[in-house]
Structures are given as C-alpha cells and as structure tokens.
Design a protein around this ligand. Structure first.
Ligand code: ZN
Ligand code: ZN
Length: 259
C-alpha cells in the first residue's frame, strides 16, 4: 500500500500550542518539498487547557488557512484541518464544531474522564501517573480499556477523516513498564479499534512526532500499522509538528520500520 511521504496531515500553529504561525509552517513545508499539508490545531474546548485553541479564535483560524491556501495555490495543497479531541461529556459542543466545513478532521483522545475528574494520558509523566494512580486506581488495563473505548466512540460518530496517534497512551510505556503490547487483552482493544476505523472508512495516521517522545517509536506501533494494512485501511503521514523544524521529520524512516 502506497504511503505519500510528501504529505503531512498533522501540524499545529500559534492558534493552539504550536510555536509558529500558519504562514511560517506552510513556508517551511513548501521549502522541504511537501505537496500537501494540513493545519490541524487543537479544537476549542469548553474548559481551560494549556493547548486548545480559544473558541473566539476559530473564525480567524479558518480565514488565515484560507488565505495561506490561496498563496500556495497550484504549488502546494494547504488543507483546513482540525485535531478534534473527543470527550464524550462534551459531545454537543464538539459536534457543533465538527459539523463546520473542514477539509480534514483528526479524531484524537488526550483526556479521559472518570467520575468528574479529567486526566491527560498524553501530557507529562506526572500527569500520566496521576491519571493511572488516582483516576484508575493503578489499574493499567482499566486505563487502556477506557482509552480505546473512548477512541472507538469517537470513530463511530462518523465526524472524522483520520484517527490520530492511535496508541498515544503508550507514551510512557518504556520497556513495557506498564503493559505488554503482545498481550491478548491489549491486542484485542487495538484490533477492535482498527475494525471501527475500517468500518467508518477512515484513514489511520502514522504519527512520527512520537519519535521525539519518551517511547521513541511511531504512533501506532509498526505491528498495528501492518494489521491496518491487512484490513485495507488507508494510511497517512503526520508529524504533529509544533514548530517548522519538525515538519515531516523522520518520515524517511517509516518504510524500513514496516519492512
Ligand atoms: Zn494529539
Ligand atoms: Zn496534534
């Protein structure tokens, strides 16, 4: 199955937690030879975070991508995208944003809500430990189950084009510290999620930004990408770049990893 290594469908700008403007990200991508990019800032959320776009910025965000898109017309496709974090308790809020016209939407899960307290699975190490210890009573299986169930629910909404960083919950699972991906219970959660992605005709992102995270291998792991290929799920490349230097980083390593 072909992989377009000159398309980067996941990156952030100063509209959310990125370090550079949309124009600067597009310019860097163009100089690197990309033919397609998507700007995919974090969806506004109805509560304070350190990473989400502010709701009042959404209109300006869409206008600015349209302006940059025109500037690169005929040279590089610039897509109006959004990384939509799916939180079941805020489904109506998210639905109203997802239903706007987008070229490309990514389904992501960063936050899990157990009781009334949300916790971040892909934040810093302390945040992951708080999530595991306090929200899930140190039960990694419950955390994994909650994560994949939330992701499956996101996929089943039908709002999305791409599933982002499918196994981001492994961010701190260095040397199988918390769980082993070869365990049958874990594999089933992953396979069920891939089946949902296939049934919705969504694409699977290979997120190379993970190479700079503690775990140091892509999201999802190569065995998951291979399983997706068997299920005929289309693949797209994403850097999850938060600065120009990270656009397309390590894309040239994926073929060897899947060999
Ligand atoms: Zn994300
Ligand atoms: Zn992202």
């Amino acid at each position: 199955m072909s992989l377009d290594l000159f398309s980067d469908t996941h990156m952030h700008s100063t509209y959310s937690d990125g370090c550079a403007t949309i124009a600067a990200m597009a310019e860097a991508a163009f100089e690197k030879g990309f033919t397609t990019i998507a700007i995919t800032d974090h969806v506004p959320l109805p509560f304070d975070t350190r990473y989400a776009m502010k709701m009042e910025q959404l209109t300006a965000y869409r206008k600015e991508i349209t302006r940059v898109k025109r500037a690169y017309d005929g040279r590089m496709a610039v897509k109006t995208g959004l990384e939509i974090e799916y939180i079941p308790g805020h489904k109506d809020w998210l639905a109203s944003i997802a239903s706007m016209e987008w070229d490309l939407t990514i389904a992501s899960v960063h936050t899990l809500v157990v009781g009334s307290t949300p916790c971040l699975v892909n934040g810093n190490g302390d945040e992951f430990h708080t999530c595991l210890d306090k929200n899930f009573n140190k039960d990694i299986r419950s955390l994994c189950r909650a994560y994949y169930q939330t992701l499956q629910e996101a996929v089943q909404t039908g709002w999305f084009d791409i599933v982002g960083h499918l196994d981001v919950l492994k961010k701190y699972n260095i040397q199988n510290r918390f769980f082993n991906e070869t365990d049958a219970w874990y594999r089933k959660l992953v396979e069920d999620t891939l089946d949902a992605v296939r049934d919705q005709k969504m694409k699977l992102e290979i997120n190379m930004g993970a190479m700079a995270h503690p775990i140091g291998i892509p999201y999802p792991s190569p065995w998951i990408v291979k399983s997706a290929q068997k299920k005929k799920i289309a693949l797209v490349m994403g850097s999850d770049a938060h600065h120009p230097g990270a656009i397309g980083k390590n894309f040239d390593r994926i073929q060897d990893m899947l060999a």
